[in-house]
Design a protein around this ligand. Structure first.
Ligand code: SAH
Length: 248
């Protein structure tokens, strides 16, 4: 079982169906599947929710509904409330990144919950009092409040990254070794002479410049082959050109 399955996202009295759908999508992108809604509103537009959930419709249908926050978090060890606001009760917040480590540690063996508030009023102090942690997402001092689903995305993303389930695509091509690189530099040197790119006095200076440029990133065998091909072709064209001039 994946550690991420132990993470429950709790939405307290969300207003907009579109936001609920977007929350499902954000959760799905991060392999987090357990959604709980506290006291769903009769006015919620569930068609909107389905539309915005896109490929996460199963997730939306599988949501659990609870009458109170206490019931939604029963059985959870760590319970993190999220708030854009600071001040009494809300100081001592951690960032989503810090929480990524804390939350996952507990999620190894227990169910944990992240609690998100209403779009218009957030979470009440009584609701925050039930939480063991408060997460504040860093944001502009001019506009601190994120859209509900964006806030869920940021928190789920940090937990997902901390779980190290995702491996970024790696360069598969082999790195070029010194001997191969030197063959390429020799060809570039010849190309600079044959194309009359630079005078004799400046040649070595140019070569040092080229070495500096080409050592800024890792050169793979296919990279060096391209650079060699370019030099060989330029040398060949210059030789043809020289011949044409002589023949005239
Ligand atoms: N006007 C409300 C904001 C509600 S936004 C208020 O002032 O509290 C809806 C929910 O998104 C919030 O209750 C919170 O759970 C989450 N959220 C939005 N911005 C956030 C932030 N900067 N940090 C943490 N959570 C945030």
């Amino acid at each position: 079982m994946s550690i991420l399955e132990n993470i429950r996202i709790v939405l307290v009295e969300p207003i907009f169906g579109g936001n609920i759908g977007s929350v499902c999508r954000a959760m799905n992108n991060n392999d987090i599947t357990d959604l709980a809604i506290v006291n769903p509103r009769p006015t919620t537009d569930w068609d909107d929710a389905r539309k915005l959930s896109c490929n996460a419709k199963d997730q939306l249908e599988a949501r659990k509904e609870f009458a109170t926050l206490e019931e939604a978090i029963a059985g959870c060890t760590v319970v993190a409330g999220t708030s854009a606001r600071t001040g009494f009760y809300r100081d001592n917040a951690c960032s989503p990144r810090e929480f990524g480590q804390i939350g996952l540690e507990s999620a190894k063996d227990h169910k944990i919950a992240l609690v998100f508030g209403r779009e218009d009023k957030g979470l009440t102090n009584e609701e925050l009092a039930l939480c063991t942690h408060i997460i504040q997402i860093p944001s502009s001092e001019h506009y601190t409040s994120l859209n509900l689903s964006h806030a869920v995305m940021v928190c789920c993303y940090e937990l997902f990254c901390a779980s190290e389930t995702f491996q970024p695509a790696e360069e598969k091509a082999d790195e070029a070794d010194s001997e191969f690189r030197e063959r390429m530099f020799a060809l570039w040197r010849e190309m600079m002479i044959k194309t009359e790119f630079t005078h004799d006095q400046k040649l070595e200076h140019m070569m040092m410049g080229l070495r500096r440029i080409f050592s800024r990133g890792k050169l793979t065998v296919p990279d060096v082959k391209i650079l060699m091909g370019l030099a060989k072709q330029s040398i060949w064209v210059s030789e043809q050109w020289q011949k044409t001039i002589k023949d005239k």
